[in-house]
Write a protein that binds this ligand. Structure first.
Ligand SMILES: [Zn+2]
Length: 63
């Protein structure tokens, strides 16, 4: 049986960079569907918003 390694790769996403590359009307909910984890190749990437202290940051999490 092949065991799947749990991937904990995370990436802090800079919202400002996203705006510059995707434009202000880009639907953020669609972002994870276009991404692949560079570490494990998983397409199950989720976008995790960080809370109030830094609302312009979000983190991409794979696995
Ligand atoms: Zn991964």
């Amino acid at each position: 049986m092949k065991s799947v390694r749990e991937c904990t790769y995370r990436y802090a996403l800079d919202m400002e960079t996203l705006l510059w590359t995707r434009g202000p009307n880009f639907p953020l909910s669609q972002l994870p569907t276009r991404l692949m984890c560079p570490d494990c190749g998983s397409r199950r990437v989720s976008l995790v918003y960080e809370v109030p202290s830094n609302p312009n940051r979000a983190t991409l999490a794979s696995g």
